[in-house]
Design a protein around this ligand. Structure first.
Ligand SMILES: Cc1ncc(COP(=O)(O)O)c(C=O)c1O
Length: 384
């Protein structure tokens, strides 16, 4: 697998960071990367942190999440969206997703916040890089006096109605873990337009220090969640080529999707016109698996992989069914979770596989044909 892509500019910056001996604790590449990533996404402020999970934890805390507060998250997401709330002893409430985008369904969010009233925070996830329906979600959150933190872990460069994601809500969090479109091994960043949130997240990630404060003066309880200079050096270089990466993905995605649309037994999805996305995952749905169950999807994925294409099975169970939420230590309402059945999430878990961006990032058209061919053969075999 040709991921992550290597580049001479990465090497230049890494060597510069290495020779500077300023390897961490708020260093020059870190500060430049924060400025540039914020500017690129149209945000006023940024704080680079150790990872996406850490960024979510700090953003939730800065947004005022307290023990017992309710936090609305989609049921179809990575566990960090919810566990970053649980760590503050808040209670995740699960919202069903739109069957097309697999993003938080605003009408189900409305149902959940009406039913529970005291929702403090809403966390839409821009899943697969496809922006969530921010206008409707913000409207619902504002009526209920809830903050909105965007989980943009997968959405570097994506835009909703012409605005890049990440600071459309109160804050937004990105991940730079190895599989992401910008990858430093690990890493994350919090964006916001609100100075109060910026100040709080900055302080929280820097052991409770304050801007211009004394080194051993700690104005709040905080921790060390700082990004290192090496991560920021690679990320600054990657940011400069992000537009090129996305346009290669767009071109190749069109070819692959046109091919997949002609494959019997498989459905693909084209995002709505009002979003620009980064092609992080292409959904490949096997509708028959809704009827026949997860086993069919897993068999299909195995067969595609046997043909040399790195398709992923994706989530196989809704978050509310994860055993972690039943751990008595966290005192979560596991009985309530046990009774949940969110139809679109359940169906997506049974039937949707993900084609990752690094499979589409190629200059070789034959490779794209191979992807379509592998999906076609695997679908024919499992459905026969
Ligand atoms: C939707 C989502 N949220 C949060 C995270 C957590 O990010 P990290 O792995 O950098 O902690 C990830 C990815 O890993 C993710 O996909």
């Amino acid at each position: 697998m040709d991921w992550p892509r290597l580049d001479p500019l990465d090497e230049d910056y890494l060597l510069k960071a290495y020779r500077s001996r300023r390897w961490g604790t708020r260093s020059p590449f870190v500060e430049e990367f924060e400025r540039e990533f914020a500017r690129y996404h149209g945000a006023k402020h940024a704080v680079a942190v150790t990872g996406g999970t850490a960024g979510l934890m700090l953003a939730y805390l800065a947004a005022g999440v307290k023990p017992g507060d309710k936090v609305a998250v989609p049921a179809y997401t990575f566990i960090a969206t919810a566990s970053a709330a649980v760590v503050w002893r808040a209670v995740p409430l699960f919202v069903d997703v739109d069957p097309q985008t697999l993003n938080m369904d605003p009408s189900d969010l409305d149902r959940v916040v009406e039913k529970h009233e005291d929702v403090k925070l809403v966390v839409p996830v821009h899943f697969a890089g496809i922006p969530a329906e921010m206008d409707e979600i913000l409207k619902i959150a504002r009526v209920h006096d809830a903050s909105v933190v965007e989980d943009a872990a997968q959405a570097h460069g994506s835009a909703y109605r012409g605005r890049r994601v990440g600071a459309i809500g109160d804050a937004g969090v990105f991940s730079f873990q190895l599989s992401k479109l910008m990858a430093a091994g690990e890493g994350g960043i919090v964006l916001t337009n609100r100075y109060d949130l910026y100040e709080a997240v900055w302080s929280l990630h820097h052991v409770g220090r304050r801007f211009e404060g004394e080194w051993y003066e700690h104005v709040r309880i905080g921790w060390n969640f700082r990004m290192t200079e090496f991560q920021a050096a690679v990320l600054l270089s990657q940011l400069k080529r992000l537009d090129n990466v996305i346009s290669t993905l767009e071109r190749n995605w069109r070819i692959v999707v046109e091919g997949l649309e002609r494959v019997d037994g498989v459905e693909v999805f084209r995002p709505p016109k009002h979003v620009d996305w980064n092609f992080y995952f292409t959904y490949v749905k096997l509708p028959k698996a809704v009827e026949y169950g997860l086993g069919l999807k897993l068999k299909f994925v195995k067969m595609v992989r046997e043909r040399g294409v790195n398709i992923l099975e994706g989530y196989v169970k809704p978050l509310y069914k994860q055993p972690a939420l039943r751990d008595p230590y966290w005192s979560l309402p596991s009985e309530f979770y046990g009774k949940l059945y969110l139809k679109n999430t359940e169906e997506a878990c049974a039937s949707v596989a993900w084609l990752p961006h690094y499979e589409l990032l190629t200059e070789d058209e034959a490779r794209l044909e191979k992807i379509v061919g592998a999906v076609k053969e695997a679908a024919r075999e499992v459905l026969s």
